[in-house]
Design a binder for this molecule. Structure first.
Ligand SMILES: Cc1cc2nc3c(=O)[nH]c(=O)nc-3n(C[C@H](O)[C@H](O)[C@H](O)COP(=O)(O)O)c2cc1C
Length: 413
């Protein structure tokens, strides 16, 4: 139907219409001036794909194996706290949709469902995202529960030592529980379907954190995180997690390729190159721009994941060509969740998968291992953007984008 969503951008439009402003802004917003939020998109848009026709692409597979399990395409639903604000108990819808689409789901420590409920939602691969709390006993208990409940991988988020300043949330007075100012009440009246769903289901609650920490539900999310999370997390703490968890261990939130050697030393299995979707360090580098340096440092042993700004299947293809094994999805599936629960998330994943397969075939990659940086070029507008001078000659003599940024003139900045 003409009004059906056909892209993640369509889902974002729907979410904007269907959510009260303060909830949409919580999901959609970034930190500070939202410079990094915008840069994540700009950086992806700057990269052009080389079509490979004519190449025989009649027999292609987009399947990926991550930590011993095969998945339908190289995407993962990443951890997003407070998903229940988009749709009641939305974590379960996300988990079921990921299962049905044969990709992993990462449950957030700040989920609005219990670990038991998520573990039972669909038979797909579930990973657990761990925050390191000041009280290390809490983190240890979460690791033990993750193991008992069959979560297959642990993803430790390290870029949240202090919460980023989310100005939209501050301006909207976003808090937990929601405080009903006149502006918010007016917003409720304009979004009766969301209001009715929340009235029926009850306000979203951070189930895991509330159960473990006995939280006062009066804290704002930023206050809550700041009061509970350990701001002193370093590699010795990741080593502690390594010694506590014997399954696949992933570190999420790295932007400094110089630290990859530490991860290798400790025996970490995977990294997520992430700027938290532009929600933490404002002004941070776009992840797609730094990704090649991570692959160069990591060699072929580490599983390299990336997130922040990915909205289309050809964005995923760009990441694979620059060294990622798969892409974590944040807002894209949250917009879909807000639009219509599990069915909409399934549709969003089907759209991303179809878009990825089209890009894969037209780029001539029969399997994921065929992707490489020779399939990319920076756009001309990028090359002339700031100085007015061309910094990259996209002619064949000058070669493709380099896998190591900065290795030669013409690499992505
Ligand atoms: C509403 C929202 C909540 C999030 N909550 C968490 C969280 O609890 N833990 C975490 O590690 N990352 C969290 N993130 C960050 C995402 O995992 C991911 O890094 C980011 O959304 C990727 O960018 P994208 O939204 O542009 O895809 C959250 C992101 C959003 C948008």
């Amino acid at each position: 139907m003409a009004n059906d969503p056909h892209s993640i951008a369509d889902f974002r439009d729907l979410a904007r219409r269907r959510l009260p402003r303060f909830v949409f802004d919580f999901i959609d917003g970034g930190s500070g001036s939202e410079n990094t939020l915008a840069e994540n998109r700009r950086a992806l848009d700057r990269i052009r794909l080389l079509g490979s026709a004519p190449t025989d692409v009649s027999d292609c597979s987009g399947a990926v194996t991550l930590f011993g399990r095969r998945h339908a395409f190289p995407a993962i639903i990443g951890p997003t706290g407070l998903a229940g604000a988009a749709w009641p108990r939305g974590d379960l819808d996300l988990a079921r949709a990921a299962s049905a689409s044969e990709i992993p789901f990462v449950m957030s420590t700040a989920a609005t469902a219990t670990m038991e409920e998520v573990a039972a939602a669909g038979d797909g691969a579930k990973w657990f995202q761990l925050y390191l709390f000041k009280d290390r006993k809490v983190s240890k208990r979460l690791v033990e529960r993750a193991r008992t409940l069959g979560f297959r991988a642990l993803e430790v988020t390290v870029d949240n030592a202090i919460p980023g300043r989310r100005l939209r949330d501050a301006r909207n007075g976003f808090s937990l529980p929601f405080r009903w100012t006149p502006a918010k009440l007016a917003s409720l009246a304009l979004h009766p379907a969301w209001s009715l769903r929340m009235a029926r289901a009850g306000a979203p609650k951070l189930e895991v954190m509330a159960a473990e920490l006995g939280l006062q539900q009066t804290d704002t999310i930023a206050e809550l995180m700041q009061s509970q999370l350990d701001g002193s997390v370093g590699w010795e703490d990741i080593k502690w997690v390594r010694d506590t968890w014997d399954g696949p261990l992933i570190v999420k939130g790295m932007l400094d390729p110089g630290q990859v050697s530490k991860a290798l030393e400790i025996g970490v299995d995977g990294l997520v190159v992430s700027n938290h979707g532009g929600r933490q360090l404002d002004g941070a580098v776009a992840t797609i721009d730094i990704l090649p340096e991570f692959r160069a440092q990591a060699g072929s042993d580490l599983t390299l994941l990336v997130d922040s700004g990915f909205r289309t299947g050809s964005d995923i293809a760009r990441a694979l060509a620059l060294g990622a094994d798969a892409v974590q999805i944040g807002r894209a599936t949250l917009y879909a969740l807000a639009s219509g629960g599990e069915q909409s998330v399934r549709r969003a994943l089907a759209i991303l998968k179809a878009e990825f397969e089209i890009a894969q075939m037209l780029m001539g990659a029969r399997t994921l291992s065929d992707f490489d940086a020779s399939m990319l070029r920076p756009s001309r507008s990028l090359a002339t953007r700031e100085t007015g001078r061309r910094t990259h000659d996209p002619s064949p003599e000058n070669g493709p984008l380099s896998l190591v940024a900065g290795e030669r003139q013409g690499a992505l900045p």
